[in-house]
Design a binder for this molecule. Sequence first.
Ligand code: ZN
Length: 82
Amino acid sequence: MIDISFEINGRKVNPNNIGDELEAAVLSGVADSIKSDIGNITCPEHGQRPKITIKGRNIDNLSFDVSGCCDKLIEKVDSKLK
Ligand SMILES: [Zn+2]
């Protein structure tokens, strides 16, 4: 499974205990759509999975960071997410 984490306004959050049902639903929805977009992508060279951080100043203003073992993997993920 792809590693997805969340950071809202500089704070790491977990949708499972964010304490706000609406925000939790939004974050889970974003995570689900990323998962379905990139699937079980792995690096063709290293076999590693990407790490995605969904972040923003608030829930209405989210973007994501992709990190991984090398640029090749990151590019592969980026192209799927566009
Ligand atoms: Zn790699």
